[in-house]
Design a protein around this ligand. Structure first.
Ligand code: ADP
Ligand code: ZN
Length: 767
């Protein structure tokens, strides 16, 4: 590279000699562009795209860590400063991940550096689980030194060993091979015969999957059913050739979707490629993991409670191509595979794929984009697809694959609705169990079956109120009622974690008789134990599952038959496959129905379908009893007859009427501040900026865009974690137009100090 051809740097920059290399750096800030820097001579060999660098940035040129996203020798038009340091030995990101994250930054409207910083695990950045080592090698020209150096016998011994090696040797190993201390090695270095090199070795024990022996492994693959064969005939060709092909696999619970994922994975692994499987965190049960490990070798499981060293170890193992199948929750979509052949997103409708912190991405949507960028097939699977994916399949964006029946012609369980308005207990009080459900439990248990009960609310009582003055105990920081937890004798806010001891008397009127009302899983557990004293009952919710391993223990006790009744929150609704469960009871199907959220009906339908799917999985069949105050609500009535198609049709009609997704794209802006007035004033200023922005966007684009702006309004939960919150909903049929308007409007009005603006693209949280 000719040195003179490129400009020198201004004096302000402390670089010795001419600079002819530049790099682009993004920082962990909400900025929409990269910054150019010069690369000093000393860092030329080290700098690379995908490594982190330290560079002067922002006010006061503070040395700041960022990601290098470009290297080139074309000088930027402006004067630039120089990077000070390169932090990583190897790039942390593959070219594919760089492209994917670039897209995420654009689409989710956040900084590229923010995305990169979020997706590279801390354990990778800190090189947790590795140890720095010193390697020694001969200076290449000194292999046959002339004249031969004068060396002592010890030094000569070290020299001879080094001369025999093809690779550099770790310093301690060299000393032990040469049976010497550090001194002779140092002498060789001082004489210019040998040199030091920096290296790193893995220092973490990864939990290696217990590899079942080959015989059991292969024998577990069943012969496909005719329906599965039908689906396979459409999948297989797509796996054999390159190309982005999205599939939506809708198969009722127990129809054998997992079996098809496994076949597809085996196929791409056979081709020497890797497969990536996303599942919701709560479905990452030992059973699910065993299904993959039983059929594939070299499976890495990425769950959220990995230690950072383990996570780092997995990441490096994946990056070096040592893993064939990656199974994990949302963030596993960023696994640094080299040669990806397939992505599977199981339970694609699950809300937990959406991340509720910057970058606010949806794991399924990012998965589809990744498949698109890598030009590979992707399978989205669900018994109850999200209406977004369903709509995409309807209009031909995705290929629809269907498994209409359970394997071995097992019937879907019979679902009976219990109208809580009529099915009342003789004592006229509201119990967790209606008389019908109690009788059904008696019968199921008597016949040796097991029972699952769903109550999607944890704690003991879900609100505490004073019958005298009507006061309801609220969180100090949120407009939300506190939940009483009897285990810990504490009142708690489920949103911000605020805790306070239960009040002796009403804090408002002083009356002594505060009432603990509403039923959570803790209260239900007590009722069940008193009604079925001879049965083993276990509760599964995030309170009782705090300790590591508790999840596995409870499920094992249930599988072995030691536990008769398993009750819990949605944790028990998903993915469990226990053939002996002959009864599922839903304590209150209406809980999620009346939330101020356009997806509440969809979520209710999905949850009911999921939990109903937990029964009738064995030869003994099974039934479901659903307690509700609104048996005629379509989400409940249609879930009871397992009619996804009619549900989707009805729900889509409503969505279309109200301009909600999937017909329109939705962006939610949340403005929050501790000072209500400042937050409100900013919301108004932002509102005023939309008009001109829409106009400008319309002028700039060829096709006229339309946009509906709802707000500013108080958010449904106005006070949350001590902040006052206002929000906007922006709806348009064009995602590009929405983005364009926001790009024009938001930089024009920056929030004042103490006020924050959150842009949530395709929002899920509507509170
Ligand atoms: P889904 O993922 O659709 O809920 P699974 O793949 O878990 O369904 O299958 C449900 C049950 O049926 C599992 O126990 C599985 O081992 C079994 N199964 C799947 N495919 C077949 C098949 N072709 N023949 C026999 N059993 C099967
Ligand atoms: Zn709170």
């Amino acid at each position: 590279m000719p040195h003179g051809a490129l400009p020198l740097f201004p004096e302000a920059v402390e670089i010795a000699g001419p600079v002819h290399l530049f790099c682009e750096v993004v920082f962990d800030r909400p900025l929409d562009h990269a910054y150019s820097y010069g690369v000093p001579e000393s860092l030329r060999d080290e700098v690379a795209v995908g490594k982190r660098v330290v560079a002067p940035f922002g006010r006061g040129d503070r040395q700041t860590t960022g990601f290098c996203v470009g290297v080139g020798n074309e000088a930027p038009s402006r004067e630039v400063k120089a990077i000070a340091q390169v932090l990583d030995d190897e790039p942390l990101l593959t070219p594919q991940l760089l492209r994917l994250t670039r897209w995420m930054a654009d689409y989710y409207m956040c900084g590229w550096g923010q995305v990169l910083n979020a997706i590279v695990p801390a354990g990778v950045k800190q090189q947790a689980g590795t140890r720095a080592i010193i390697l020694i090698e001969l200076v290449p020209e000194m292999l046959r030194p002339n004249p031969p150096p004068t060396l002592t016998a010890r030094q000569q011994g070290v020299f001879d060993i080094l001369a025999q090696q093809t690779d550099p040797v770790e310093v301690h190993r060299l000393a032990s091979l040469a049976k010497c201390g550090a001194a002779p090695i140092r002498v060789l270095i001082d004489k210019g015969l040998a040199q030091r090199k920096k290296g790193r070795i893995e220092n973490v024990e990864l939990e290696e999957p217990a590899t079942p022996d080959q015989s059991t492994r292969r024998s577990t693959a069943p012969t496909l059913t005719p329906d599965q064969l039908n689906v396979w005939a459409q999948l297989e060709p797509a796996l054999r050739e390159p190309g982005f092909k999205p599939f939506l696999l809708r198969g009722v619970t127990g129809s054998g979707k997992t079996e098809l994922y496994l076949r597809a994975i085996e196929e791409v692994v056979r081709q020497g490629k890797e497969a990536l499987v996303l599942v919701p965190e709560i479905s990452l049960t030992p059973q699910t993991i065993a299904a993959f490990q039983g059929r594939c070798e070299r499976v890495a499981v990425l769950h959220s409670h990995l230690q950072s060293a383990e996570r780092g170890g997995h990441w490096r193992r994946i990056a070096t191509g040592n893993v064939q199948v990656v199974v994990g929750a949302r963030s596993a979509i960023f696994a640094p595979t080299r040669n990806l052949g397939l992505i599977v997103v199981d339970e694609e409708h699950e809300g937990s794929f959406k991340q509720e912190a910057t970058p606010r991405y949806h794991g399924r949507d990012v998965a589809v984009m990744r498949a698109h960028l890598e030009n590979i097939p992707i399978i989205l699977g669900s018994a109850t697809p999200s209406l977004e994916s369903w709509h995409n399949a309807q209009r031909g964006q995705y290929t629809l694959l269907t498994l209409p029946k359970r394997v071995e012609d097992r019937p879907l369980p019979h679902v009976q609705l219990i109208d809580l308005r009529h099915d009342v207990h003789p004592d006229r009080r509201l119990h967790g169990l209606s008389p019908s459900l109690e009788r059904a439990m008696d019968k199921a248990l008597e016949q040796g079956g097991q029972v699952i009960l769903l109550l999607n609310r944890r704690g003991f009582s879900t609100y505490i109120h004073c019958p005298a003055c009507g006061h309801v105990e609220q969180c100090r920081f949120c407009d939300l009622a506190l939940t009483f937890h009897r285990d810990r004798n504490i009142c708690m806010c489920h949103y911000c974690g605020y805790e306070t001891p239960p009040a002796e008397r009403c804090p408002d009127c002083g009356q002594a008789q505060v009432k603990y009302q509403g039923m959570g899983t803790e209260k239900l557990e007590i009722e069940i134990k008193s009604k079925f004293p001879s049965k083993e009952v276990r509760r599964m919710d995030s309170d009782s599952m705090r300790r590591p391993g508790s999840h596995r223990r409870v499920l094992e006790a249930f599988r072995s038959g030691e536990t008769h009744i398993l009750l819990g929150t949605q944790m028990i609704a998903k993915g469990l496959d226990f053939p002996n469960v002959t009864l599922v009871g839903v304590i209150n199907a209406d809980l999620g129905l009346h939330r101020p959220d356009f997806r509440s009906g969809e979520r209710t339908f999905q949850l009911l379908a999921q939990v109903a799917g937990r029964t009738g999985r064995g030869p003994r069949g099974g039934r479901v009893l659903v307690q509700t105050f609104s048996p005629e609500h379509p989400s409940i009535a249609l879930a009871a007859v397992h009619d996804y198609l009619r549900f989707a049709e009805a729900e889509l009609t409503t969505r279309r009427q109200h301009n909600y997704p999937p017909y329109q794209r939705l962006i939610r802006l949340v403005i929050r501040g501790r000072d209500q007035e400042a937050a409100g004033a900013y919301a108004d200023r932002l509102a005023a900026a939309f008009g001109p922005a829409v106009e400008a966007a319309q002028k700039a684009s060829s096709e006229p865009g339309e946009l509906r702006i709802l707000g500013p309004a108080e958010a449904p939960v106005f006070r949350l974690k001590g902040y006052c919150r206002y929000h906007f909903q922006l709806q348009s049929s064009s995602s590009a137009f929405l983005h364009q308007v926001l790009r024009l409007a938001t930089p024009a009005v920056r929030p004042p100090k103490g006020v924050e603006l959150t842009i949530d693209i395709d929002p899920h949280d509507m509170l």
